[in-house]
Design a protein around this ligand. Structure first.
Ligand SMILES: [Fe+2]
Length: 385
């Protein structure tokens, strides 16, 4: 997160004595990334953050691969993913490679009996349905329909939902998720041509500092295993922190589309980047305004990129037979394009209300058993005239 933020109380000078009201000391923790070279935050705990009481048996969370080498275009009916009570149990990995796991979740209940930390991956949660609060040890972020939540690896969190009707697209990224570098200056500030700016971020607020001892279950994902550790102190015991490493939210509705006289390529929709995949937002926008413009995209070959589109809302102009919550996978190696009729039908249209999230990966994606259960099986033939 390339801006500075602070919450709660912190000492004037880092790495110096910071006294509690009773004269004892708070416990400082440097929470960094990329060794000591990446973004970091300095945290002040009421208790030592290291008090492990028990380590339980780990659970294997590795996705079950059904198609290791895929060249089939696929349509997944996302809302067919069955709602489950627990947030972690509800997460179904669908399309995966060694860089990212993309999946869907339909959790019904808030996470209240345990805390969660993903030590392997930065997480992107896109809220399609539902609202609530992401509670973290660095503060809380209220969320609603259309929010991206970016949770850097290692953040301890719980998620609270307002109702049982929740639908989430998620990506677990084994590389840090940043905003696109070309939209930032040397100092990290977002530039004038960026489709969003710092004011659009939802930063952590309402730091809760719990001074509690007892038994606190923390589920930690590491090397694909879900470990269960019992801590002796409440994990949300941070009285203050500052720095650059923290979770944040961004609403897709605050993405300001870049349009042109002729069709603009997908990078104008880019919202986040990693070294190995990108996340783009397709938002309601005016169409291309050249008198001879064709608003639907040309056929294109993702020769070295798999394309995952998650349809959120509106009428997706270049597709037929697509509804909210559907995922299309257009694999590298073969071209794809508008469905028959949509190319011509787009001519003369002034705008679109489509809302979609795209994840383009540079390595091919494997298809999981979960994905095959919601695969319509016919999509690859859908361009036949
Ligand atoms: Fe495409």
């Amino acid at each position: 997160m390339p801006i500075y933020h602070k919450l709660g109380k912190i000492p004037q000078k880092r790495h110096t004595q910071f006294e509690k009201p009773d004269g004892s000391l708070y416990y400082e923790q440097l929470f960094g990334t990329i060794g000591f070279d990446g973004m970091s935050s300095l945290l002040y705990h009421i208790h030592r953050p290291t008090q492990v009481k028990e380590v339980g048996e780990p659970l294997d969370m590795s996705p079950k691969i059904a198609v290791e080498k895929n060249i089939t275009s696929r349509k997944l009916i996302g809302f067919d993913v069955e709602p489950k009570k627990d947030f972690l149990e509800s997460r179904e990995p669908l399309l995966v490679n060694s860089d990212v796991h993309v999946g869907l979740a339909a959790p019904k209940q808030s996470m209240s009996s345990y805390f969660y930390k993903n030590a392997d991956a930065d997480e992107m949660l896109f809220i399609h349905k539902g609202s609530g609060t992401l509670k973290t040890f660095l503060g809380n972020i209220p969320f609603e329909y259309g929010d991206y939540l970016i949770i850097p690896r290692g953040m301890i969190y719980q998620i609270e939902f307002d109702t049982e009707d929740n639908r989430i697209l998620y990506a677990e990224s084994f590389h840090p998720i940043y905003t696109p570098k070309r939209y930032r200056n040397w100092f990290g500030q977002l530039l004038e041509h960026s489709p969003f700016c710092e004011r659009d971020y939802k930063l952590p607020q309402d730091l809760e500092a719990h001074d509690e001892t007892g038994e606190f279950l923390m589920k930690i994902k590491k090397q694909g295993m879900l470990h269960s550790l019992v801590y002796a102190t409440h994990p949300f015991d941070v009285v203050g922190w500052d720095g650059y490493n923290f979770p944040y939210g961004f609403s897709i509705h605050n993405f300001e589309p870049i349009t042109g006289r002729v069709h603009q390529p997908p990078p104008v929709h880019q919202t986040f980047e990693t070294g190995t995949f990108v996340i783009c937002s397709f938002c309601p926008r005016l169409y291309d305004y050249h008198p001879k413009a064709i608003p639907a995209p040309y056929n294109h070959s993702n020769i070295d990129s798999d394309e995952v589109l998650y349809y959120v809302d509106g009428d997706f102009m270049s597709r037929t037979g697509i509804g909210p919550g559907y995922i299309s996978l257009h694999p590298a190696g073969i071209p794809h394009g508008p469905h028959p009729g949509t190319y011509e039908a787009s001519i003369g249209k002034k705008g679109t209300e489509e809302l979609a999230v795209m994840i383009d990966t540079f390595k091919p994606l494997q298809v999981t058993e979960n994905a095959l259960r919601i695969d319509d099986g016919e999509y690859y033939k859908s361009w036949i005239e």
